[in-house]
Design a protein around this ligand. Structure first.
Ligand SMILES: Cc1cc2nc3c(=O)[nH]c(=O)nc-3n(C[C@H](O)[C@H](O)[C@H](O)COP(=O)(O)OP(=O)(O)OC[C@H]3O[C@@H](n4cnc5c(N)ncnc54)[C@H](O)[C@@H]3O)c2cc1C
Length: 485
C-alpha cells in the first residue's frame, strides 16, 4: 500500500479537500501533516490575530481527523526538510497538497516538487481554494485581467461545474511511532492574554465554518444586497477567516447558497445569492492579481504611484488611527472593532483606509501592515487589493479623487449610530443628530451626554476639508508630473 503525506496548508478541512480526497480514494495510507514555517512567508509572516486563529484551527483539524481514525502530525519548517524527514521516517512514496498562490509559497512549492521528483517521490497538487485558478482566464490578447467586471464575466463563462467533494470517510490510523510536535511548541498564542475579544467573537474550525454557512443560508443571504453595507446589521456572512484558512471552500459556499436560493420561496433569492457569489468573485480577482502581479504585495500595481509623496512624518496620526482615537466616530468605531474582534465590516474598512491614505496621506502599505497584524482574516491577496483599491493605485482602483467623507458615510450607513455606540460606549448618550460629528454638539449637549470632546473623546486629529483639498492637489500634481516625465 502506498504511504502518502497529505501536506495541509491553507486548506484546514476534510470536506471538499481534493488532495486528501485523492489519497483516501486511492486507498493510500494517509499521513496528514502541517508544517509551521513562518520564515517562508518573507516579510508577510502571519500576524498576531492570524496566529491565534491558526492555533485553534489546527487544534480543530486534529480533533476532526481523530474522529476519522487519524491524527495531524505537526512539524517545524523548513518545509522541504520536514517533508524529507517524514518521508524517511514513514517510507512515504507520495506527497500531495492543495495549491497556494502567494508568490513565495509558489516558489517554495515549485522547488519542493522538483526536489521530490529528483528523489523519485511522486507528488501531485490540486485546486481547493479558488473557483477559477489564476491561469485559467485571460483577456482576448492573452494578458491577465486588470479590471474586475470582464474578469468575472470570463470566470462565469468558464463556470465551475464540479460539485464540492464530500468529507472523507474513515482513514487508516497513523502509527504512534511517528512523532508530532505539541501544538503549543509553535508559540502561536499570545504570551500576554489580549485575545479575550477574539475568543468571545469567533468559533474556529471546519465545523464552525459549516455552521456559519448554514446560518447565513437560513437567515441572512436573501437580504445580502440590501444589508451588506450597514455595519450594525448582521448582513454579511463573516466567513472570511474561515475562507482564508481553508476551513471551508468557495465552491462549498457557492453551491450551498445557490441551492438555498433555488429552493427558497423568497422573491429575489437567486439575485441575492448571485450578489454574494460576485463578492467571492472579488476574492478570485484578488488572487488572480496577486498571481500575475506578485510585486503588488509591496509596490503599487499602477507604476505612476511608485514614488508618490506619502507623508512620512505622521507617527502620531498613525497611532491615533490604530487606536481608534482620530475623533471621527465611524473611523474610531471601525478601528476599535478591529482591535477587539480581529475583524472589521467591509464598508468601514473602506472608510478607515480612505481616511488613512487620502486624508492623512499615509502610505497604503502602512495601513495594510496594521490590518495584516490585527485581522483574523488577514489575506495577502485580499488585503493588498483592498488597500490599493482605496488608495487609488491598484487594479481596477477607485479614482484618486474619490475620497470617502467619513461623516457622510456614517450618516448614510449608520444613521442612528448603532454601530458607533457599540464600539464607542463613551458616545452612547449623544443624540443621533450629533453622533457622527460630536465636536459640533453644543457644550450643553456634550455635558448632558457626559462626553466632553477633547476630554472624554478626542477632538478631530485633522480637518476633513483641508486635508481633502491638499490631498487632491498632491495627487493631481504628482500624476501630472509623471505624465510629463
Ligand atoms: C482596505 C481593505 C482591506 C481588506 N483586507 C482583507 C483581508 O485581509 N482579508 C479578507 O478576506 N478580505 C479583506 N478585505 C475585503 C473585505 O472587506 C472582507 O473580505 C469582508 O469584509 C469579509 O467579511 P465577510 O466574510 O462577512 O464578507 P461577505 O460580504 O460575506 O463576503 C463573502 C466573502 O467574499 C470575499 N470578499 C468580499 N468582499 C471582498 C473584497 N472587497 N475583496 C476580496 N474579497 C472579498 C471574502 O472572502 C468574504 O468572506 C479588505 C477590504 C478592504 C477595503
Amino acid at each position: 500500500m502506498t504511504t502518502t503525506l497529505v501536506w495541509f496548508r491553507s486548506d484546514l478541512r476534510l470536506a471538499d479537500n481534493p488532495a486528501l480526497h485523492d489519497a483516501v480514494r486511492r486507498g493510500d495510507k494517509v499521513i496528514p501533516v502541517f508544517i509551521w514555517a513562518p520564515e517562508e512567508a518573507g516579510a508577510w509572516v502571519p500576524g498576531g490575530a492570524s496566529r491565534w486563529w491558526l492555533h485553534h484551527s489546527l487544534f480543530a483539524l486534529d480533533a476532526t481527523l481523530r474522529g476519522h481514525g487519524s491524527r495531524l502530525i505537526l512539524r517545524r519548517g523548513p518545509s522541504r526538510v520536514a517533508l524529507e524527514e517524514l518521508i524517511t521516517e514513514t517510507g512515504a512514496t507520495r506527497v500531495v497538497w492543495n495549491r497556494c498562490y502567494q508568490p513565495l509559497a509558489l516558489e517554495r512549492d515549485r522547488e519542493i516538487g522538483t526536489a521530490l521528483q529528483d528523489q523519485g517521490i511522486e507528488w501531485a497538487s490540486f485546486n481547493a481554494n479558488l473557483l477559477v485558478e489564476p491561469w485559467q482566464v485571460r483577456t482576448r490578447t492573452g494578458a491577465p485581467y486588470r479590471v474586475f467586471t470582464p474578469f468575472w464575466r470570463a470566470c462565469r463563462e468558464l463556470g465551475w461545474e464540479e460539485r464540492p467533494l464530500p468529507t472523507v470517510g474513515e482513514c487508516a490510523p497513523v502509527s504512534p511511532n511517528i512523532d508530532s510536535l505539541d501544538l503549543g511548541a509553535f508559540g502561536l498564542l499570545p504570551k500576554v492574554a489580549w485575545d479575550s475579544g477574539l475568543r468571545v467573537n469567533w468559533q474556529v474550525g471546519e465545523q464552525a465554518a459549516l455552521e456559519r454557512l448554514q446560518e447565513f443560508c437560513d437567515d441572512a443571504f436573501v437580504d445580502y444586497a440590501g444589508a451588506r453595507d450597514y455595519p450594525s446589521r448582521p448582513g454579511t456572512s463573516r466567513l472570511s477567516p474561515h475562507l482564508h484558512f481553508g476551513e471551508i471552500s468557495p465552491r462549498q459556499i457557492a453551491w450551498a447558497l445557490m441551492h438555498a436560493a433555488h429552493t427558497s420561496r423568497v422573491a429575489g433569492a437567486v439575485a441575492a445569492a448571485e450578489a454574494y457569489v460576485r463578492e467571492l468573485g472579488w476574492r478570485e480577482f484578488a488572487h488572480h492579481v496577486l498571481f500575475h502581479y506578485p510585486h503588488t504585495t509591496d509596490a503599487p500595481m499602477d507604476p505612476r504611484f511608485a514614488d508618490f509623496p506619502w507623508r512620512a512624518d505622521a507617527e502620531e496620526m498613525l497611532c491615533a488611527w490604530q487606536r481608534g482615537r482620530t475623533g471621527y466616530p465611524i473611523v474610531d468605531a471601525g478601528m476599535r472593532e478591529l482591535w477587539q474582534t480581529g475583524w472589521m465590516h467591509n464598508r468601514v474598512r473602506m472608510i478607515t483606509a480612505s481616511f488613512l491614505t487620502k486624508n492623512a496621506r499615509l502610505s497604503w502599505h502602512r495601513g495594510a501592515s496594521w490590518f495584516w497584524d490585527t485581522l483574523v482574516d488577514a489575506d495577502l491577496a485580499n488585503n493588498s487589493l483592498g488597500w490599493q483599491w482605496v488608495a487609488g493605485c491598484g487594479a481596477d482602483a477607485a479614482p484618486y479623487f474619490r475620497i470617502f467623507n467619513p461623516i457622510l458615510q456614517s450618516k448614510k450607513f449608520d444613521a442612528a449610530g448603532a454601530y458607533i455606540r457599540r464600539w464607542l460606549p463613551e458616545l452612547d448618550a449623544l443624540p443621533d443628530r450629533w453622533i457622527h460629528a460630536p465636536w459640533e454638539a453644543p457644550t450643553t449637549v456634550q455635558a448632558e451626554a457626559k462626553v466632553v470632546v477633547g476630554r472624554d473623546y478626542p477632538a478631530p486629529v485633522l480637518d476633513l476639508k483641508a486635508t481633502r483639498d491638499e490631498s487632491l492637489a498632491v495627487y493631481r500634481t504628482h500624476l501630472q508630473a509623471v505624465a510629463n516625465a
